[in-house]
Design a protein around this ligand. Structure first.
Ligand SMILES: [Zn+2]
Length: 309
């Protein structure tokens, strides 16, 4: 695919296309379920809900969450994506439980499937649509270095594989006449959807509760700070403590104390603070650091974990 064309396909545009394609595939797969009465195809249609969620979630990331900070939201809008993913996660979990319920009833009382050819044809068409879109999105994601786009493309690929599984399963039903296979396929797909939905809800809840940065990021921060700390003759000259971090979407925040001799001028202290801040920001992209200046022997107490020890 020509590079120039990929340049023109912005993440926002592709995610909007992705929302439209998700709605279209839900319609196609629902039609497939309608003509065949197969719960396997119904579960495949519900799986497309995950795509819709993924696309809407990605769109939130590149629009609302990317909005610059304003007077009412001085820390930015990055947490918007947690609301979106949390809400979508709940919807997906409910859909998955619905499928399991329907499939289990089918397992006790199997019903004949009708016009399987038509159902399978519709499912294959929508999978091809998804596959092509995912392929274009993955390539565009590399050109634009977009996390949102890449995440959505990966979702789409999983959906294509699920559909392949469903089509193979129903092919076996046609061939062997084992109707219970339909319900088994549906339960398999539903469990996968359930896992995906639970993961979204879990991630959102962690984000909303100000989860700390990942251990490797914390390590990078500590290593950077250690580069500025120093002791002379067994006495701390510059020391960092009370380090706290939190995540908000693509951004992360940090609070830390920088202790230094009380005899230092404010100008000297401020100059060091700027260097530390710049080093931190270049070590961890998207980091905002707030560094409190304190004399060596003075501690500021916030009733936090460190003070309660
Ligand atoms: Zn301190």
């Amino acid at each position: 695919m020509p590079f120039l064309l990929l340049e023109k396909l912005t993440p926002r545009l592709l995610l909007m296309v992705s929302v439209a394609v998700a709605v279209l595939t839900i319609a196609l797969k629902t039609a497939a379920w309608w003509v065949t009465d197969s719960v396997g195809l119904l579960s495949d249609a519900m799986e497309s809900l995950v795509n819709l969620a993924g696309a809407v979630f990605g769109l939130m990331m590149v629009t609302v969450a990317a909005r610059p900070a304003d007077a009412d939201h001085p820390y930015g809008h990055h947490k918007a994506e947690y609301f979106s993913s949390g809400f979508e996660g709940v919807l997906i979990v409910v859909a998955a439980l619905g499928i399991v319920w329907a499939a289990l009833q089918r397992l006790w009382a199997p019903q004949p499937l009708e016009q399987l050819n038509w159902g399978l044809a519709l499912s294959v068409i929508s999978s091809i649509l998804n596959g092509v879109l995912a392929w274009v999105m993955l390539r565009a994601a590399r050109v634009h270095r977009s996390v949102a786009l890449e995440g959505d493309a990966r979702h789409l690929f999983t959906d294509v594989w699920t559909s392949v599984g469903v089509v193979v399963g129903l092919g076996l039903v046609m061939w062997t006449g084992w109707l219970w296979l339909d319900a088994v396929v549906a339960v398999g797909v539903a469990l996968n959807i359930l896992r995906e939905g639970a993961r979204l809800v879990w991630q959102a809840s962690q984000g909303l509760m100000d989860e700390a940065v990942a251990p490797d990021v914390r390590e990078t921060i500590e290593r950077t700070l250690a580069g500025f700390a120093h002791r002379r003759g067994g006495v701390d000259i510059v020391r960092f403590d009370h380090l706290h971090t939190r995540r908000a979407g693509q951004r992360c925040f940090l609070d830390v104390h920088m202790h230094m001799p009380a005899s230092w001028s404010l100008g000297r202290a401020a100059a060091l603070r700027v260097s530390v801040e710049q080093a931190l920001m270049s070590a961890v992209p998207g980091l905002r650091a707030s560094i409190q200046l304190l004399p060596t022997d003075v501690e500021a107490h916030f009733h936090d974990l460190d003070d309660l020890k």
